[in-house]
Design a protein around this ligand. Structure first.
Ligand SMILES: *Cc1c(COP(=O)(O)O)cnc(C)c1O
Length: 394
């Protein structure tokens, strides 16, 4: 085997993440590596924390990117806030709520599950009932934007119910951050984690997190050791916590952090609310095309995420063959169904830099052509025009 430099093929990424990365971010990541304790680097870290506060819409002092992907942000929240023996209410309406349950169990705590049908949002009444029957529960955890189905739950209401029952909240905002409205302080979210590679359109491998005082009191008040050394906030904050004095904990992924900094600069040049509006508009255009084809969405309109669109695969069509044709002939990646939805849906992402008119038209045109070629029962030749009509209105 002759091995030389690796050059990836050109792709358009319209799956559940990673999303297309703005070339400005890749360029920022190619800048020279400096020391992770260099004062110049620390200035960048301070800016990065502030940019993240402006994105989460929070004043939380403890707001920083964990040096690992979204799953590590999830673990950071659970291992620090959940102590053995705790009762934790976990709302599950898709794959990622199941991972929260796993985390609770691995922390030696007891998950109380609130289950909703996949494709639907978390039902606030069910959470209310679970908290009434479990007055000793201490924490409520849920996924704001369930990427496995495309459902967007009402985080503000769920947090309010949790607080009425004196519970601290852990919220998964991996797919929502930057793509749809999320207001950490206004909604009272106590602990939240996200990911770099979805609507922030950065490379994968970083997980922005934020903790309010109420959450930090739990962490600081622990008498036992947090089970993970790497994710123990009491230790990590020696590096990320104090702007005045930073001490070595682990070597920060320096160039990856340049990338996230640039991604957030780009986001705020556009404006957070403008970014939410762009995602919504691109979703409307995609929806018009998908529906003109005669295909349908999994999630009821109004409960859906703009940035992740689960589309039902027509009867008799091999969904994997469609995806591989899109990839091989159009260089276009869309996602498969996860878990219970495997084989039944496609997941079309409109995330960050990838949420643009050209991508919407490419995706609809390609899907139309491939499905028509397979003899699928769709209205051929309608999708692109329907989307163009939406795109012509701002
Ligand atoms: C992608 C995703 C994660 C996991 O993030 P990774 O970066 O893949 O570890 C967690 N929760 C949700 C809702 C996600 O979409």
């Amino acid at each position: 085997m002759a091995i030389s430099s690796y050059h990836p093929p050109t792709r358009t990424l319209m799956g559940p993440g990673p999303s297309d990365v703005n070339p400005r971010i890749l360029e920022a990541m190619a800048r020279p590596t400096i020391g992770h304790l260099d004062p110049a680097f620390m200035d960048m870290m301070n800016q990065l924390s502030q940019l993240l506060r402006d994105t989460f819409l929070t004043g939380n002092a403890v707001t920083f990117p964990v040096s690992a992907p979204g799953s590590a942000g999830m673990e950071t929240c659970f291992v620090n806030l959940v102590t053995p023996g705790d009762k934790v209410v976990v709302c599950q309406n898709g794959v990622f709520g199941g991972r929260m349950k796993e985390n609770v169990e691995r922390c030696g705590a007891e998950p109380i599950m609130v289950e909703d049908t996949w494709g639907e949002v978390v039902d606030p009444n069910k959470l209310q009932d679970a908290l009434k029957s479990n007055p000793d529960a201490r924490i409520v955890a849920f996924v704001h934007a369930e990427t496995s189905t495309g459902a967007q739950s009402d985080a503000e209401t769920l947090v309010k119910i949790a607080h009425d029952h004196d519970c601290v909240t852990i919220v998964d905002a991996v797919t929502s951050l930057g793509g749809s409205p999320l207001k950490v302080d206004a909604w009272g979210i106590d602990a939240i984690y996200s990911g770099s590679q979805k609507c922030l359109s950065c490379t994968p491998g970083l997980s922005p997190v934020s903790f309010n005082e109420r959450a930090l009191e739990i962490v600081k008040g622990r008498t036992d050791k947090v089970q993970s050394w790497f994710l123990d906030l009491n230790l990590v904050l020696g590096y990320w916590g104090t702007e005045a004095k930073r001490a070595y904990h682990h070597t920060a992924p320096i160039n990856a952090l340049y990338g996230l900094h640039e991604a957030l600069v780009i986001l705020h040049e556009e404006g957070l609310e403008n970014s939410w509006a762009r995602h919504a508009h691109m979703h409307q255009a995609l929806r018009a095309g998908i529906e003109a084809m005669g295909l349908s969405f999994v999630v009821k309109q109004g409960d859906n995420l703009p940035q992740l669109n689960s589309v039902v695969v027509p009867d008799g069509i091999d969904e994997a063959a469609v995806r591989s044709t899109l990839l091989n002939e159009f260089g276009l990646e869309i996602g498969a169904g996860l878990g219970a939805m495997a084989g039944k849906v496609w997941r079309i992402g409109l995330m960050g830099y990838a949420a643009n008119p050209k991508n919407v038209l490419l995706c609809l045109g390609a899907l139309d052509a491939v499905l028509t070629g397979m003899g699928a029962p769709i209205n051929s030749g309608m999708a692109v025009s329907a989307a163009r009509q939406v795109l012509s209105t701002d």
